[in-house]
Structure formats: structure tokens, C-alpha cells
Design a protein around this ligand. Structure first.
Ligand code: GLY
Length: 360
């Protein structure tokens, strides 16, 4: 059977859904194909919005800052569409340093608003940090979104906008005619669209020759006190581990970075490493109950930058490879890709992320 749509997005993660919503708001007819919505990195992330704490550098920093700036309006718009809260919380991120070198760390060049805190100041800013913390950076404009809530809100928004969401359909192959994609075959049949958008994250190389490999991240969550004032009111971004406190008192602890292909599951070694580092960073959490643990796959590219924009095929757009920053970059990716599809407008921000940087 052959199905037709204007725009076919392959991938139902943060990037695919955000782009679908943006396009539908501009009047396009959109279908999203997903093998399994719950497998997307969106569900596995912690939801940090951390262009500064992650120490991104340009051009990724420029993209990240633009996207962080879009977050208040983007999440408010999603809430207006759905009546649901995304858990956006511009709570700031504190980045403790354990081996502070007062010369290099204090004078490190920082872009945007940030503040160096010495040992006494950082302990006052966040009581309970490990005694080995020697200082750190405070990034008041970084923050977080509750990625689990965002996943529900994006899917609900897509449904409300009449986007066709098809789950359980795996893509077999693209078919080409000259410089265009003519159709796509899936487990359910054949799809024909005017425009195809590839947003398949860690699975992208299964469909096209893009240099993307999965980078596994294991995570867990503990339940801290629920009464105000919460002991953690800001993200703590340690040198190898981060703690992302939710308003419910739950604290997400992340994440390992493992190049083990798509090998599923939490491992004793992964959990042990995460717990040891989290306890060292913030000892009070050692007594809090573990309430969940999970894993996911980041789509990693050789240079850590996403692959965005046009492709060798006139009707195929690439929006994949967001590595550690898919949730942060969802609103800006959606906006720039929708501009490209609807207005054929190439924003200068897109140019450094074109796939051709890998063509040798
Ligand atoms: N953005 C944090 C991570 O990927 O672990």
C-alpha cells in the first residue's frame, strides 16, 4: 500500500516532534514515523539546558544560546496548545571544580553571564557539597526542562495539531530518482512525500551514510526530601557527573558516556561509577532512596556537532546527530528546519552544521 503526505519526518524524538509541531503551526501537513517513541534519547536525558555549563564553543555555543533563549516562549506555547506543563525551570547551573587552580580556573574565558565562586562562596551557595570542592562557576541563565514531561507535551501538541504519528513502523530503505527521494519503504508499506526529514538520532547510520554512532548514557534517580525548602534548587554539574533536581524533590543523576554500540541495559559498573561520583559531589544524597534507573543513546558525530540542513537530495533535510544537546537544541532546530522547508531560508546559524563538512 502507498501512503502520501506533504512532509514525512522519520524519527519521533525531541527533534522530530519539535520540528513536526513547528511545521504544523505554519500550516504544513506532517506525518511522523517512529519505530518506538519511548526509545528516543528524549526519554533518557536529564533535560539540562546547559550551553554554558557544558562549555560549548562556537558555532555550537551560538546555536545553544539561541535555543536556550527560545525556551521560555517555546514551552509556554506548548503549554497553551496542550494545557500541560513541560517542567521548564530556569534554575541556574552550578559547576563545582574539585582541583581548582585559582589562576587558570578563575581567569578562564567565559562567554555570557557567569560568576566564579571560591570555596567558601560555593559552599554558601549550595550547602552540602563534598569537602573536596574547591570552587566553581555559577551560570544563572542555564537551567532545565523535565524531559519526561516534555516528551508527553510534544506528543500531545502533535496530536492536537493533527500531525499523523505512526509508531511501530521501521524504515527499510529510501528509493532515489535522480537528485530526489522518490519514496520510502517501511514495514507497513510505501511512503511518498514532497519533503523527507531525517531525525533518527543514534539510529541514523542504519538509513543513510552519516557518521553518527550511539553514545550510551546510563542514569538513575533518587528521591530527596519533598518539603520546601528543597535541599537542591539548582543543577549541580560536576566534572564527570551531574545532578538535576526536579521540583518534586527527585534528583536525576547522570550520565555515563560509553561507546558500546546499541548494547542495552544498566550495568553494575555504570551504576557504581555514577553513584560514587554523585555521593562525592553531594554526600547527603547517599541516604536517599533510588527510585529509577535507565539508559539511552546519544547520537554522536565525529566533531560533536549536529548535522543540520540540506542533503545531496533536493527533498531530503537532515536534522540529526545532536549528541549531548538534543533537548537544548530542539526549539532552535525546529525553527531553523521549518524555515528551510517552508521558506527555503538558510539561516546563517545553520551553515556550520551542514553534512558536507564530513565529505572528503
Ligand atoms: N547532556 C548531558 C548528557 O548527554 O549526558
Amino acid at each position: 500500500m502507498t501512503f502520501c503526505t506533504d512532509i514525512l519526518i522519520i524519527g519521533g524524538g525531541a527533534i522530530g516532534l519539535a520540528t513536526a509541531v513547528d511545521l504544523a503551526l505554519r500550516g504544513a501537513t506532517v506525518t511522523v514515523l517512529s519505530r518506538n517513541f519511548s526509545q528516543a534519547a528524549l526519554h533518557a536525558a536529564a533535560g539540562m539546558l546547559a550551553p554554558q555549563a557544558e562549555q560549548l564553543v562556537s558555532p555550537l555555543l551560538d546555536l545553544g544560546l539561541r535555543s536556550r533563549d527560545l525556551y521560555p516562549h517555546w514551552t509556554a506555547q506548548l503549554t497553551a496548545l496542550t494545557g500541560l506543563d513541560c517542567g521548564y525551570w530556569p534554575c541556574g547551573i552550578l559547576a563545582p571544580v574539585e582541583t581548582a587552580n585559582p589562576v587558570t580556573d578563575y581567569t578562564a574565558q567565559r562567554i555570557g553571564e557567569s560568576q566564579w565562586l571560591d570555596q567558601a562562596e560555593i559552599q554558601a551557595h549550595q550547602p552540602g557539597l563534598g569537602a573536596q570542592v574547591r570552587g566553581g562557576w555559577w551560570y544563572p541563565l542555564d537551567g532545565q526542562v523535565d524531559n519526561q514531561s516534555l516528551a508527553i507535551v510534544l506528543k500531545t501538541a502533535a496530536e492536537r495539531l493533527g500531525i499523523h504519528l505512526l509508531e511501530g513502523e521501521s524504515v527499510h530503505s529510501f528509493h532515489y530518482q535522480g537528485d530526489r527521494i522518490s519514496q520510502l519503504t517501511t514495514t507497513a508499506g510505501t511512503w511518498q512525500a514532497q519533503t523527507y526529514i531525517l531525525a533518527t538520532g543514534a539510529w541514523s547510520a542504519e538509513l543513510l551514510p552519516v557518521p553518527i554512532v550511539p553514545c550510551k548514557g546510563q542514569m538513575l534517580a533518587v528521591q530527596g526530601p519533598t518539603e520546601a525548602p528543597l535541599p537542591l534548587n539548582q543543577v549541580i554539574f560536576g566534572q564527570q557527573t551531574y545532578l538535576v533536581p526536579r521540583r518534586s524533590g527527585k534528583v536525576v543523576i547522570g550520565a555515563t558516556s560509553e561507546y558500546v554500540g546499541l548494547r542495552a541495559g544498566n550495568t553494575p559498573a555504570g551504576m557504581q561509577a555514577l553513584l560514587a561520583r554523585a555521593i562525592s559531589l553531594y554526600p547527603p544524597l547517599q541516604d536517599w532512596p533510588i527510585v529509577d534507573f535507565w539508559w539511552g543513546f546519544r547520537p554522536a558525530t565525529p566533531d560533536g556537532l549536529p548535522i543540520l540542513g540540506t542533503s545531496n537530495y533536493k527533498n531530503l533535510i537532515l536534522a540529526t546527530g545532536h549528541y549531548r544537546n538534543g533537548i537544548l537544541l530542539a526549539p532552535v532546530t525546529a525553527q531553523l528546519i521549518a524555515d528551510l522547508v517552508v521558506q527555503q531560508r538558510v539561516d546563517p546559524l545553520l551553515i556550520p552544521f551542514h553534512w558536507q563538512r564530513f565529505a572528503t
